[in-house]
Write a protein that binds this ligand. Sequence first.
Ligand SMILES: [Zn+2]
Ligand SMILES: [Zn+2]
Length: 251
Amino acid sequence: MRLEVLGASGGIGGDCRTTALRVDDDLLLDCGTGVGDLPLSALVAIDHVLLSHAHLDHVALLPMLADVRVGRRTEPLAVYALPETLAAVRECLFNGRLWPDYTSPAMPYVHLRPVAYGCPIELDGRRFTPLPVRHAVPAAAWRLDSGSASLVFSGDTTYSEAFWNELAAIPNLRHLIIETTFLNDNEDGCEASGHTNARRLARGLARLARPVVVHVTHMEPGREADIWAEVLTACAGFAPRRLERGQVITF
Ligand SMILES: [Zn+2]
Ligand SMILES: [Zn+2]
């Protein structure tokens, strides 16, 4: 599989784009503002969107992505997520007020497909499995298994026993893309909003066998340098990398 980073920030401003990862030519993990930089032909080629959760920085461009296909593609755009996430997307985005209801029989341009933790879906020989995380709203990480190696994308999460247990049990885990939104001194924010800081990240990584390539994403805009310095100190043994827009990971 080939994963291209379209957006890897916790917010907007300047060159920041919010979370979106393109897998091969036909699939997106989350649909944040990074999607808007793709050329029209690449947008039309997207058939599947896997969502981590319904927060706007991860779904903001989903309505307009669906719109691109209207009149250009006959098959609906398939959106996979937890039932709670799909309900929020339908009720808050495709509700006929913010955007047309593209999930309705009259305009069947989007198919909402519920998934469950631990139950994989197969798409053209690629396996995608939602994993449990702990965030302010129902959320999932996604494991991508190419057959020879796995990559896990955390979505948004604070420290979660269940999540790190799942990671530790993946025999072919090669890449981990994980959020580190806040500074270490913002423990209250981590707990209240379900995000990670360097200290919490280090606690989880200690559970993993090396070598796993750790890619840090979703840092709070304006505090990236300080957060990154804390990550380098707390997680030095893993030689973490900073996820950047434009990077490509193959596995
Ligand atoms: Zn979130
Ligand atoms: Zn987020």
